[in-house]
Design a protein around this ligand. Structure first.
Ligand code: HEM
Length: 256
């Protein structure tokens, strides 16, 4: 199974004592393991992110207090760098694993040993994972552009304040934009779909599968997917309805 490539002896990796990482990422079992770990850590991020965003329902004061705490926290840049590494590693490994699975299937078809009709394998779960993951990635890129970087030309961003970022007004205006609203709902539904298979498959990739516990892990995975998917989707559905009108409709103001 493991297809380790030659280790780069005398290379920078060896000097930095990182040969173990090279070995991990160049074997298919190692790659699966890292995908599982990064996937579960990203699930942890989603729980924290949803918990923070649910403060939108507590109103402007509570949400802005939370946003100011994040923005003024000296550990935030470190957490953001870690998050970026997790996202990039997860996406890179998803590409490599999907290509590897596709190659393996081609070889199986060529041998014509399988009695399973080709049609039934034409779009296996790993491909659904790739498709739903790609849609979530597109959503995240739009989301970073409109709420992290504030560069959407069709959003009236509020005046920026370094010490007390106006995150409530900004988030309410983004969520109330008709284009965002549709994309945020679709993005979060696909996120739920991705998690419904991804959560339990991460445990399997870590070697944690057992006839007794696997059905329970699968059930927890579905529950997790529904809670996270529905929790995030509730924001673009409900926040524009519940937020005070003046936070939504406002003239465009300059944004840094
Ligand atoms: C659907 C409702 C969501 C809302 C209202 C929301 C809101 C926000 C807000 C207010 C920020 C902070 C921007 C800042 O502090 O400058 C943010 C950042 C971020 N969000 Fe979301 N988010 C949502 C869903 C998601 C989902 C589903 C994901 C991932 C799949 C996600 C990934 C991120 C990432 C990666 C960041 C950047 C974190 C950072 O660099 O600090 N968000 N989001």
């Amino acid at each position: 199974m493991g297809t380790a490539t030659a280790e780069p002896k005398g290379s920078l990796l060896e000097k930095l004592n990182l040969l173990w990482a090279h070995r991990l990422i160049t074997s298919s079992i190692g790659r699966k393991f890292v995908m599982g770990v990064t996937g579960l850590l990203l699930c942890g991020f989603l729980v924290g992110h949803l918990a923070g965003n649910l403060l939108l329902f507590s109103g402007q004061h509570e949400f802005d207090k939370y946003a100011a705490w994040i923005h003024n926290n000296e550990l935030t840049p470190l957490a953001e760098a870690g998050l970026l590494v997790l996202f990039l590693a997860h996406i890179y490994l998803a590409f490599v694993t999907t290509l590897e699975n596709r190659e393996a299937r081609k070889i199986a078809y060529a041998r014509k040993e399988s009695k399973i009709p080709e049609r039934s394998l034409a779009f296996p779960p790993s491909n659904w994972m790739f498709l739903s993951g790609s849609i979530v990635l597109l959503f995240v890129l739009l989301h970073l552009a409109d709420l992290r970087m504030g560069v959407r030309p069709d959003i009236a961003y509020p005046q920026w304040n370094e010490e007390a970022p106006p995150m409530y007004v900004m988030t309410v205006r983004v969520l109330s934009n008709p284009v965002s609203r549709v994309i945020y709902i679709l993005g979060t539904v696909f996120l739920g779909f991705h998690l419904s298979h991804g959560f339990s498959s991460a445990f399997q990739s870590l070697g944690l599968s057992h006839p007794k516990y696997t059905p329970l892990i699968k059930a927890i995975g579905i529950l997790f997917a529904v809670v996270i998917g529905a929790g995030f989707a509730a924001l673009p559905v409900l926040v524009p309805e519940l937020a005070p009108r003046e936070k939504v409709v406002a003239p465009a103001e300059p944004h840094p």
